[in-house]
Design a protein around this ligand. Structure first.
Ligand SMILES: Cc1ncc(COP(=O)(O)O)c(C=O)c1O
Length: 278
């Protein structure tokens, strides 16, 4: 980013009021998407001529990313392939929401059926262990409330989590589809995610982003299940990015220094208790 002329400040920083507040409340925290959103909103509000556009979670982002689903559907239709499973990683829910939108539409209209799976990290399990409630979209509580599956806006994943998807909540659209059982969710531990990433890199010659590797992990698991049962399935998954920005995480994995942390019920209770009373 510095090569392209940006200055890079780790969040939560001491440069914003909300960053200083978060640092005081969570000393030594490694931050999260929720912290960065609060700081970015403050930076935009406090400078003339600046605007902030959230790049994840919100409905317009999913709408934008639906181009992924439309292109996937066009490619499948062109080759006469019907997907059985559609698998996507889920942080804020935007790539998954975009990938599945034309397929979920068919399901909602009763035209077709798919097995749609959202994959999230076991260290930040908003769909699989969160509650469906109104919550703040950011840690500093400067953004409006949204109804979503959430672990509470004060939830910050443990420092050893290197696999991305560090958001406390989930897009309202994906949350509603999950609540309506149009899609299911699974959580996976990061060491198994990096093992899947390594397999994928060796087979495909593409180093995947740790985030994308959550989807790859479940796609491989499902393909192996088919191998055992002899069932044939067309499995579609979203490959959302490259791993070349995540060398530190790959280094930790390859040096055997990566560990898993699954929050306890007590960890989650503390942040879920702080949900706004609506
Ligand atoms: C490469 C990559 N894929 C996926 C995601 C997940 O975000 P979302 O769930 O909003 O698509 C991220 C988020 O940081 C990412 O960097």
């Amino acid at each position: 980013m510095r090569t392209y002329g940006a200055t890079v400040t780790p969040s939560p920083s001491m440069n914003t009021e909300v960053g200083r507040r978060i640092n005081a409340e969570f000393p030594g925290t490694t931050g999260s998407l929720g912290c960065a959103i609060s700081e970015a909103v403050e930076a935009a509000l406090s400078q003339e001529g600046y605007r902030y556009v959230l790049g994840s979670v919100l409905a317009q982002v999913l709408l934008h990313q639906s181009v992924i689903g439309l292109e996937t559907k066009a490619a499948l239709d062109k080759y006469g392939i019907k997907a059985d499973m559609i698998i996507g990683c889920a942080g804020g829910g935007s790539n998954l929401g975009g990938l599945i939108s034309p397929f979920a539409g068919e399901m909602l209209r009763g035209e077709a059926d798919y097995d749609i799976i959202a994959v999230e990290p076991a260290s930040c399990p908003s769909l699989t262990r969160g509650v469906y409630a109104y919550d703040f979209c950011d840690t500093g509580k400067v953004c409006p409330l949204a109804k979503m599956y959430t672990l509470g806006s004060s939830f910050i994943p443990s420092a050893n989590h290197a696999g991305g998807l560090r958001y406390h909540g989930m897009s309202s659209i994906v949350s509603e589809l999950y609540d309506q059982k149009i899609l299911s969710a699974r959580s996976v531990e990061q060491t198994s995610v990096f093992e899947a990433a390594r397999t994928f890199a060796r087979v495909e010659g593409i180093l995947p982003a740790p985030e994308s590797s959550h989807a790859i992990k479940v796609a491989i698991d499902e393909a192996l299940k088919c191998k055992e049962t002899g069932e044939e399935k067309n499995i579609v998954f979203g490959l959302t990015g490259t791993g070349y920005f995540d060398m530190v995480a790959y280094q930790k994995f390859n040096d055997g220094e990566m560990s898993d942390y699954i929050p306890t019920d007590e960890d989650l209770r503390k942040s879920i208790e702080c949900l706004p009373k609506v």
